[in-house]
Design a protein around this ligand. Structure first.
Ligand SMILES: Cc1ncc(COP(=O)(O)O)c(C=O)c1O
Length: 463
């Protein structure tokens, strides 16, 4: 799409005049590569927000099931975070990548709550990609090995250091003529819904077992031909696959990877940037599988709306580093850390997590009722307030309904419900409300989906 086409789309969109003016200015001023029109037909321009609601330039409200891509877990413009930021700004806003009280407090807080059963240390960054780069740098330096293994469909960032680890929708083409991060191997991500023999297939847990056999056999790039695997530093995975479409794998997924990592001295890194921090009803998504990782990467919700990331890893993994091994001017920013302490304390509180689970159960039950009513719902992945809905044309063949999913997303925007669409087959609705949303607002979302599914079923004759 070029700028002229983008402007045409804006003109034809349903948005009000103020929104159209702002959208046109945006397209004139920013590069066409900006993500807005990649994720929405035309994105609403949000001017202000409160709790689970976003408001565009014409004052129209939207229920926020995007949460700034899993950032606004405590709601938009959270009053307590605002107060903490004002107080902190009177003391210190920035002090380079140096220690300050809020940062030290947050590091201790993260170490205490990592769930890793030995001494850990924290490293701070600014973005999610920073955290991933820090984790793979640490793993490579500690093991002295180059390869990182990751799952097809995982999203770990799109900086030069992380893009090779992300197999998301053609993003590599934009790195031409240089390939992003080399020395990366990929394995299948097991689905619950689609199976290898389906007409529209997906991998299952057995695919992972075959991968394990391939990895350890003779014909593999990960050995020198005579020894066991000896050049893989780490396995890096999302415990649940988020940007790909909100997929929850079988429990054995992380268990199998933990065994492979243990057998070959690999570091197991979990990317909890999108699915961690209470989203799944536990503090960390990995905690659903009964394993313990070596490094956890976190970001997004951690800064309460301010950019902040961190990795928490076994202390020994960082033992080959000396002072100055890493630095980033804005890492561990004072304002962001003060918000981070509040976010972590709030979300890790068991009664808060109990509420996430209770609301998640209500939401799941409600969507399952819609599934009974509408054949276009093929499958629902849910854990806490982490929900992916698979839209199909035919419930028996599981034929993916990509165009219909676009229609659903666009109609939902018109009806005042915002969420992101994904899926290996472009047919998944990713529903991520703030974790402190109340039941009434969850019900509003269900009512909008009910109405939109009815219209979609009729329009596309999926009955
Ligand atoms: C699981 C996961 N890892 C890493 C990243 C990269 O984070 P950032 O965009 O802040 O660099 C993202 C971003 O969406 C993500 O979802």
């Amino acid at each position: 799409m070029n700028k002229k086409e983008a402007k045409e789309k804006i003109k034809k969109s349903h948005f009000g005049n103020e929104s159209k003016k702002a959208l046109t200015a945006w397209i004139e001023q920013e590069s066409i590569g900006s993500v807005g029109m990649g994720l929405f037909d035309v994105p609403p321009i949000i001017e202000r927000a409160e709790g689970p609601y976003l408001y565009d330039c014409d004052g129209n409200g939207y229920l926020d099931f995007l949460s700034g891509f899993s950032v606004s877990s405590l709601g938009n413009n959270n009053e307590n975070i605002r107060r903490i930021l004002v107080e902190q700004s009177k003391k210190l806003t920035h002090y380079f990548d140096f220690p300050h009280p809020e940062r030290i407090k947050l590091a201790k807080n993260l170490n205490n709550k990592s769930g890793i059963n030995e001494k850990t240390n924290v490293v701070f960054g600014v973005t999610g990609s920073d955290a991933i780069e820090l984790a793979i740098r640490a793993a490579r330096h500690y093991t002295g090995k180059p390869y990182i293994l990751t799952a097809f469909g995982d999203y770990h960032g799109v900086t030069y250091g992380t893009a090779g680890l992300t197999t998301k929708g053609g993003s590599h083409q934009y790195f031409h003529p240089i390939r992003p991060n080399n020395d990366v191997g990929y394995f299948p991500f097991p689905h619950q819904y689609r199976k290898p023999n389906d007409k529209y297939p997906g991998y299952d847990i057995n695919s992972l077992k075959i991968f394990q056999q391939m990895l350890e056999g003779k014909e593999t790039p990960y050995t020198d031909g005579f020894h066991n695997i000896n050049n893989v530093a780490a396995i890096l995975v999302e415990p649940f696959q988020s940007s790909a479409g909100y997929y929850i794998p079988p429990k054995e997924y992380l268990q199998i990877l933990r065994k492979i990592a243990d057998r070959h001295g690999m570091i197991l890194i979990v990317d909890e940037i999108q699915n961690g921090l209470g989203r799944s009803g536990k503090l960390w998504a990995y905690q659903h599988s009964g394993i313990v990782p070596d490094i956890i990467c976190t970001s997004k919700a951690l800064g309460g709306g301010l950019p902040l990331s961190a990795i928490i890893g076994k202390e020994k993994i960082f033992s080959t580093w000396s002072p100055g091994a890493y630095v980033s001017t804005q890492a561990g920013n004072a304002l962001a850390c003060s918000a981070g302490n509040y976010v972590l304390d709030t979300i890790s509180n068991q009664s808060f997590l109990d509420q996430v689970n209770q609301k998640g159960r209500y939401f799941f039950k409600s969507i399952k009722k819609l599934k009974k009513k509408y054949k276009l719902i093929g499958y629902v992945d849910n854990c806490g307030l982490y929900t992916g809905v698979e839209i199909v044309r035919n419930n028996k063949t599981k034929e993916p309904a990509g165009i219909e999913s676009n229609y659903i997303r666009d109609l939902c925007v018109k009806e005042g419900l915002l969420f992101e669409k994904g899926g290996y087959y472009h047919n998944r609705l990713q529903l991520i409300p703030p974790l402190n949303i109340d039941l009434n607002d969850l019900k509003k979302c269900i009512d909008i989906l009910d109405m939109v599914f009815e219209k979609t079923s009729k329009k596309f004759k999926i009955e």
